[in-house]
Design a protein around this ligand. Structure first.
Ligand code: 8YV
Length: 315
């Protein structure tokens, strides 16, 4: 069998990189580290291995005439130019479903962490503040109004968990889902006006860029908390910082940011904000399941088999 060359544009975990290297010649970020060497192998590259955060633009795709598949280890693929890939006959795959539980768990954890001040309480005890007096009171999450922006698989998993907390759940999405027993609002602003917690779990990309802007934050109001487990691009980060500063909203719990891994200093200094470093799917169990699916998608295509989980545009 001829040696097959692939390009990794991300930094895959060992449990993905090792099986790839066992079967293929893997050029690890060669396009960035050594463009001259990359130009020589580019005509032979048949697959790209990417992550949910990777950027694979039309310019890179155009340099790879033998490319057959872009396999994303992640459910989000907003950094991939799917139209350019399709135009060149390249299939794009991702890893849906296997991460639903973890991302939904984190959304609930962030809401609880913010409402019950877990981070602040932990810092309070460690700093020896307790003997001086009690921590200021937190907020009750059970029974509160939850608005979910995006009602796909993960949105539904969040709703399922939130119902166990007796939350009053509503959502917005591109269209209403009449089979769900939840209240639908046609826009993020109308949903925000009826929410205590506004959880974002909509795909990133041009269609949702800065969807959560100053107007939506005003609608959420002074008692509201915005929780982002989607993409940083979904919030206007400047408007968010301004709203947090001015008390237009009560707080935020954020797992994703506009310019990861850089988090604005203003957010890092605020006490009414909970911050995590994009860990929605970051458990050993789920990352392994994602890696297996990413490998199997890439391998299927290069073996002439149908891929397992193409992105919707490639189905
Ligand atoms: C990861 C993600 O960041 O699935 C996604 O869309 O954002 C994540 O789970 C990542 O792509 C893991 O490789």
């Amino acid at each position: 069998m001829p040696d097959i060359e692939i390009l990794s544009v991300a930094n895959p975990p060992p449990f993905l990189l090792e099986p790839l290297q066992a079967k293929y010649i893997v050029h690890q970020r060669l396009h960035e580290t050594d463009p001259a060497a990359f130009a020589k192998v580019a005509p032979k590259i048949r697959a790209i291995q990417a992550s949910g955060e990777s950027k694979v633009g039309a310019d890179l795709i155009a340099q790879l005439p033998a490319l057959e598949v872009i396999s994303v280890m992640g459910v989000g693929y907003d950094g991939i130019d799917v139209a350019a890939a399709k135009a060149q006959g390249v299939v794009v795959t991702h890893t849906p479903d296997v991460l639903n539980d973890d991302v939904a768990d984190l959304a609930i954890a962030l809401m609880l962490a913010w409402a019950r001040q877990i981070g602040r309480a932990d810092r309070f005890v460690r700093a020896g503040e307790w003997p001086k007096g009690p921590l200021p009171l937190g907020r009750k999450m059970s029974g509160a109004r939850l608005g979910i922006v995006g009602m796909g698989r993960i949105g539904q998993a969040i709703a399922h968990r939130a119902s166990a907390f007796g939350m009053k759940i509503a959502y917005t999405a591109r269209s209403a889902k009449p089979d769900l027993p939840l209240t639908y609002y046609p826009s993020a602003a109308t949903l925000a006006a009826q929410s205590d917690f506004l959880v974002l779990i909509t795909p990133g990309g041009a269609a949702t860029r800065k969807l959560i802007d100053a107007e939506v934050l005003r609608a959420l109001g002074a008692n509201g908390c915005v929780v982002n487990v989607a993409r940083g691009s979904v919030i206007d980060e400047t408007a968010l910082i301004e709203a947090l500063r001015a008390g237009t909203i009560a707080g935020a719990a954020l797992d994703v940011f506009e310019n990861e891994p850089n988090v604005p200093q203003a957010l890092r200094e605020m006490d009414n904000v909970v911050l995590t470093p994009h860990i929605g799917s970051a458990t050993a169990q789920t990352r392994r399941a994602m890696a297996d699916l990413a490998f199997n998608n890439l391998d299927a295509r290069l073996s002439g088999q149908p891929v397992l989980t193409p992105v919707p545009e490639c189905q």
